[in-house]
Design a protein around this ligand. Structure first.
Ligand SMILES: Nc1ncnc2c1ncn2[C@@H]1O[C@H](COP(=O)(O)OP(=O)(O)OP(=O)(O)O)[C@@H](O)[C@H]1O
Ligand SMILES: [Mg+2]
Length: 480
C-alpha cells in the first residue's frame, strides 16, 4: 500500500487531506510541524509527501532540504498560501516535485497528487532485464521485468547493458505495446542517474500551446494568466533523465528548442531572458516512422540524427511468437499474486490459441488478455474460454476495420475493469455501472462542446434519453 505523509500546521486541512487520501486506500500519516515530519521521514519511507510552506517551527523549505537528504526520490508537493513566484521556484529548485496554491480544490489536488504518485512509481519500481550481471534471484525480487529470449530481444538486452550508464541519447522505436517505455525505464534504472528524477513527457497528450511552457517553464507575466512563474520539466529534471514519449507528435517549433538543449544544454523560460542550463539525459520513443516524417518535412532531420545516436527497435510480438509462453507464465504469476488466485497451470489448448494469435496490440494486449483471464478463472487451470480471443477476421491491409476498433475498445475496458474491481472491493456499495455511465456521458458531452444533438448521435441514443440521463446524474452544460 502506498504511503503518504501530510505536514501542515492547519489541523483542519490535515484532516481534509487525510480523509481524501484514506478514501482512495492510501496509508496516511500526518503531523503538524516540520520537526515531527523529519522524525517520521527518518523512520518510514513514503511515496508522497505534502508539505506546508509556512509552519511555525521549521519552515517548508528547510524541512524540504532535510527530507531530500534521506528520501531522495519521494515526490514532495509544497502547499503554499503566501507563496510568491520566488517561493515556488526556490522550492522546485530544492527538488519539490510540484506545488499547490491554497486554497486548492479537490480536482487540483487529485490531478497533482495522482501525477506525483505515478512519477514515484516509475522512479522506484526497478525494471530489470536478463543480463550477464543479473542473476536469477535478483530478477525475482524486482516487480517488473523485461521478459523474452528471442534473439533480437537478447541483442537489445546487451545493448541496454552497454549504453545504460553512458550519457547518450537513445531513440526507442516499435509498434504500440512492444515495451518501449519499459526499455526506457530499464535504461534509467541501470544508469548512474538512477537516484535522480525520471520524468516522462507525453508529446501526444499535451496540446501544442501548453507544451513549451510544460517543458521550459515560464516567467511570471509571460502571458495572460501567468500570475506566478512555473518551472518546466527540464529544470525539474536537472541531473536526471527525461523521457519523451511519442516524440513523433512534437511540433516543429518545439523540435528546434529541444535540439538546442541537446546540443548546448541551454534554454530560456517563456517570457524570460536569462539563459538556463540543464543537465538532462534524453530518451525518446515513438511508434512512428521518423525517417518517413523527415521526408515529409514533419520532423527535423538534425534532431533525428541527434536522437538516434543509439537506437533500439523493438520487434512486434508476432515476430517473436516463441516468447509467448514465457510472457504468459510471467503474467500469470504476477496477476495471480496480485489478485490472490491460485492459478498454477495454463491448458495446452489455451497456450496454443495464444501462440497462434497475431497480437496487433503486442505485449500490452497479451498482458491485458492474461489479466482478464486470471480474473475470470475459477479454478487453478487457465482455459481457452477465459481468454476472450475470437477467431481473427481478415482486415483489408492498411485500414483499421471495425473489428479491430472493437478490439481496441475491449482492450481499454480491461484497464477499466481492473480499477473498477479495486473500487468495488474497497467500496462495496458503489454502483459502478452508474459511475461509468455518468463519467462517459459527461466526457462525450464535453467532447461535443455540450451540443446535445451531436452527443446523442455519438452515443447512439435519442436526445430525450440523453436529457433524461443528464438530469439523473445532474450533469450540467456550462450555460445551465
Ligand atoms: N518484454 C516484456 N516483458 C514484460 N512485460 C512487457 C514486455 N514488453 C511490454 N511489456 C508490458 O506491456 C505493456 C506495454 O509496454 P510499454 O508501455 O512499455 O509499451 P510501449 O511500446 O511504450 O507502447 P505505446 O507505444 O502504446 O506507448 C506494459 O505493461 C509492459 O509492462
Ligand atoms: Mg509507451
Amino acid at each position: 500500500m502506498e504511503r503518504i505523509l501530510i505536514v501542515d500546521d492547519d489541523e483542519g486541512l490535515v484532516h481534509f487531506l487525510g480523509r481524501f487520501f484514506k478514501r482512495q486506500g492510501y496509508d496516511v500519516h500526518s503531523c503538524t510541524g516540520g520537526r515531527t515530519a523529519l522524525d517520521y521521514v527518518a523512520r518510514t519511507q513514503f511515496d508522497l509527501i505534502l508539505l506546508d510552506y509556512k509552519m511555525p517551527d521549521l519552515n517548508g523549505l528547510d524541512t524540504l532540504k532535510e527530507i531530500r537528504k534521506s528520501q531522495v526520490k519521494t515526490p514532495v508537493i509544497i502547499m503554499t498560501a503566501y507563496g510568491t513566484t520566488e517561493t515556488v521556484i526556490e522550492a522546485m529548485r530544492l527538488g519539490a516535485y510540484d506545488y499547490l496554491a491554497k486554497p486548492f480544490d479537490r480536482e487540483e489536488l487529485r490531478r497533482v497528487s495522482a501525477d506525483a504518485l505515478e512519477v514515484n512509481r516509475l522512479m522506484k519500481e526497478v525494471v530489470s532485464f536478463p543480463s550477464a550481471h543479473n542473476d536469477a534471484s535478483a530478477d525475482l525480487q524486482s516487480m517488473v521485468r523485461i521478459v523474452g529470449t528471442n534473439r533480437k530481444m537478447q541483442e537489445i538486452y546487451k545493448l541496454i547493458g552497454q549504453i545504460a550508464d553512458k550519457d547518450v541519447t537513445v531513440l526507442i522505436t516499435g509498434e504500440s505495446g512492444t515495451g518501449k517505455e519499459l526499455v526506457a525505464r530499464a535504461i534509467y534504472h541501470h544508469s548512474h542517474r538512477k537516484n535522480k528524477p525520471f520524468l516522462t513527457i507525453n508529446c501526444a497528450a499535451i496540446p501544442d500551446t501548453l507544451f513549451e511552457s510544460e517543458l521550459f517553464g515560464y516567467e511570471r507575466g509571460a502571458f495572460t494568466g501567468a500570475e506566478r512563474g512555473h518551472i518546466g520539466k527540464f529544470e525539474r529534471c536537472h541531473g536526471g533523465t527525461l523521457f519523451f514519449d511519442e516524440i513523433g507528435d512534437m511540433s516543429l517549433s518545439t523540435q528546434a528548442k529541444v535540439l538546442r538543449i541537446l546540443q548546448q544544454g541551454e534554454f530560456e523560460r517563456l517570457g524570460g531572458t536569462e539563459t538556463l542550463k540543464a543537465d538532462v539525459r534524453v530518451i525518446a520513443a515513438t511508434n512512428k516512422d521518423l525517417e518517413e516524417m523527415v521526408v515529409q518535412g514533419l520532423f527535423r532531420e538534425d534532431l533525428l540524427w541527434r536522437l538516434k545516436i543509439i537506437s533500439i527497435h523493438l520487434p512486434p510480438l508476432k515476430e517473436r511468437i516463441e516468447d509467448v509462453p514465457v510472457l504468459v507464465d510471467y503474467f500469470v504469476r504476477r496477476f495471480s499474486r496480485e489478485y490472490r488466485t491460485p492459478i498454477r497451470h495454463v491448458s495446452e489448448a489455451a497456450l496454443g490459441k495464444l501462440k497462434s494469435y497475431s497480437w496487433p496490440g503486442n505485449v500490452r494486449e497479451l498482458e491485458n488478455c492474461i489479466r482478464r483471464a486470471v480474473l475470470l478463472c475459477q479454478g487453478d487451470v487457465l482455459l481457452e474460454e477465459h481468454l476472450g480471443i475470437e477467431r481473427e477476421e481478415p482486415v483489408p491491409p492498411g485500414s483499421v476495420g471495425s473489428h479491430q476498433l472493437l478490439q481496441n475498445i475491449e482492450r481499454k475496458l480491461d484497464d477499466l475493469l481492473v480499477d473498477l474491481t479495486g473500487l468495488a472491493r474497497r467500496e462495496p456499495h458503489t454502483n459502478t455501472f452508474e459511475l461509468v455511465e455518468k463519467a462517459f456521458i459527461s466526457r462525450v458531452l464535453k467532447e461535443c462542446g455540450f451540443n446535445q444533438v451531436k452527443a446523442a448521435k455519438m452515443l447512439g441514443i435519442s436526445r430525450n434519453t440523453l436529457r433524461h440521463r443528464m438530469k439523473k446524474y445532474a450533469v450540467l452544460s456550462p450555460d445551465d
